[in-house]
Design a protein around this ligand. Structure first.
Ligand code: SF4
Length: 353
């Protein structure tokens, strides 16, 4: 049976106008970028595509890229991830993009409220700039709009605050974890949550929130408290999508705390990552070069080639855990009964770590 990829991340540039603490992409300059026409070779089996960077809106030809990707993958939901700092430019680009892809989604990074976000992103006034973009996109009528939160030790105490902000604004909330990568995040090595007994991060813990009984230090309790709040809030809703987000958050908590993965996922099978120059990887953390997109004639022939079978052995042997929305989404879809059983059990009894 041929393997059909269904999810991917396309980093279309490594140029970036942010100065994030958890990523060094902004230090890269002159990295090659594929011309828009190359993306016509993407497989039409894709159902979810994240356009990432760097800052994707810095590419002047982004509307053309979206147009090509949309035509190549007509069944795919496409979401652009942006830091939201260049409000005016984003609005100009988005007007062109919705003309070719009206159902486009946008995720704007918000890593904390006010000063916290500014510190995380290294941009004074960054929170206000990013929120101006979010509000501008709301006015523009972008229905699939999200706040994206990157979890680190420094900002985890703001997780529920940003989650609440997204709910108050009537937009979606997504989150990811600041991981290390030898080739993505500018090669940044993040060492987040390696010591959950760290005493230094207790400031900001909410009072009166039910916390798990796990005997961890203040950092572990803070992490538990934030995730219990988020997961229980999602489970209390009567919306299946939000229940699945609760499960994703449960998987993320397990991943961050080094527990066994809640589900196995399949980088290099269901999922791939392409860097701006066209190098294909199994995910943003698996440093295994699968091929060069610019040199491939037919993606499905490449994806089902003997060379890819050999590469999949390397991926499996690496035993590198990964839990990101792009890889988790496909795993959740493949295990509907297991996930719904977890939802039912925890919705009825209230989720506790
Ligand atoms: S995390 Fe995103 S916004 Fe921040 S430097 Fe990296 S690519 Fe740029």
């Amino acid at each position: 049976m041929p393997i059909h990829p269904i999810d991917c991340v396309l980093a279309v540039t490594y140029n970036c106008n942010s100065r994030c603490t958890m990523c060094d992409i902004w230090k890269i300059s002159g990295y090659p970028e594929m011309p828009p026409g190359q993306y016509a070779k993407l497989p039409d089996s894709l159902l979810d595509i994240n356009i990432s960077g760097g800052e994707p809106f810095l590419r002047k030809d982004l509307p053309e890229i979206i147009s090509v990707v949309g035509r190549a993958c007509p069944k795919a939901r496409i979401v652009i991830s942006s830091n939201g700092f260049a409000t005016e430019m984003i609005m100009v680009q988005m007007k062109k993009i919705i003309a070719v892809k009206p159902d486009i989604g946008v995720a704007i990074s918000i890593d904390g409220i006010g000063e916290m976000h500014d510190q995380m992103r290294g941009i004074p006034g960054g929170f206000d700039k990013a929120m101006s973009t979010v509000k501008g996109l709301q006015v523009m009528g972008i229905g699939n709009l999200r706040l994206g939160f990157t979890v680190t030790e420094r900002n985890v105490k703001h997780l529920r605050r940003v989650y609440d902000l997204a709910n108050e604004m009537g937009i979606q909330f997504t989150h990811s974890f600041a991981q290390s990568s030898e080739f993505y995040f500018g090669g940044k090595q993040n060492t987040e949550f390696q010591n959950l007994s760290d005493e230094s991060m207790t400031e900001g813990m909410a009072v009166g929130v039910e916390t798990p009984k796990e005997k961890t230090g203040p950092m572990g309790k803070l992490l538990n408290e934030q995730y219990c709040y988020l997961i229980n809030s999602e489970l209390r809703s009567w919306n299946v999508k939000r229940w699945l987000r609760a499960y994703f958050a449960f998987g993320m908590y397990n991943f961050i705390t080094g527990k066994n993965p809640v589900l196995s996922n399949a980088p290099g099978r269901d999922f791939f990552f392409i860097d701006p120059g066209g190098i294909i990887y199994p995910s943003v953390v698996h440093n295994i070069k699968l091929g060069n997109f610019a040199e491939i004639e037919n993606f499905m022939d490449f994806w089902n080639s003997p060379a890819m079978s050999e590469n999949r052995k390397k991926i499996d042997n690496s035993k590198m855990p990964v839990w990101m929305i792009c890889t988790a989404r496909t795993a959740i879809k493949k295990h509907p009964f297991r996930v719904m059983w977890w939802v039912l059990k925890n919705k009825l009894s209230g989720f506790k770590m």
